[in-house]
Write a protein that binds this ligand. Sequence first.
Ligand SMILES: Cc1cc2nc3c(=O)[nH]c(=O)nc-3n(C[C@H](O)[C@H](O)[C@H](O)COP(=O)(O)O)c2cc1C
Length: 227
Amino acid sequence: MSQQQPFPPLPAFSDRERIVRARAAFERLKTRHSCRAFADTPVPREVIEYAIRAAGTAPSGANHQPWHFAAIASGETKRAIREAAEAEERRFYGEDGERPKASGEWLNALAPIGTNAAKPFLETAPWLIACFAQRTGGIAEDGQTQNYYVTESVGIACGMLIATLHEAGLATLTHTPSPMAFLREICRRPANEKPLMIVVVGHPAPGATVPEHALAKKPLEQISSWF
Ligand SMILES: Cc1cc2nc3c(=O)[nH]c(=O)nc-3n(C[C@H](O)[C@H](O)[C@H](O)COP(=O)(O)O)c2cc1C
């Protein structure tokens, strides 16, 4: 049976105000850039708590909320993640002396970003948020109930997490060392959870740069069609 509540009121903006606000949100989001050099300046835990709360308001298949966020500030845990991630990244880039695990095409696509296997920011940044997708578990987190549209739901939640951290004036990096199974072990998460990404959070280091390649975003005409 479906019990319903009245739809909570939304602010009574004029259409003009809506345009101004939508534009302002776009202008603010446009200033987000992935950061790969972080200062060790601390960030209060409360900021991270609110960002995770914001992520937790995301829509999800059947409202199963199939996500878990492991927030890591411990130096020891960050070091363990850096060591495991760099070991995977050395294999990915072929910096271990073997053939790279990444295809030549993939490495070419990454070349303009300028990344390599070194990930010192995993220790320098004050917070790492390891984002897990729960294949099963439901609202009750019983570990068994089927979840639906898991990757889509957690992707939306991660977007809201990143947007909230940006609103709070912090820099982030979406980091996906591949494969990431080590995260489950380090964060002591169960087998039904798949690590999706690490969101690295903090203040940019003095002199941090952004790759020019990442500044070019497709225009509206290219990313939309209207009927
Ligand atoms: C799912 C996903 C995985 C990513 N993985 C990595 C990564 O492992 N390392 C990295 O340096 N950047 C990673 N990025 C960041 C992208 O390189 C970056 O978003 C892109 O270059 C555009 O730059 P911008 O975020 O500054 O707009 C990832 C982004 C996404 C969405």
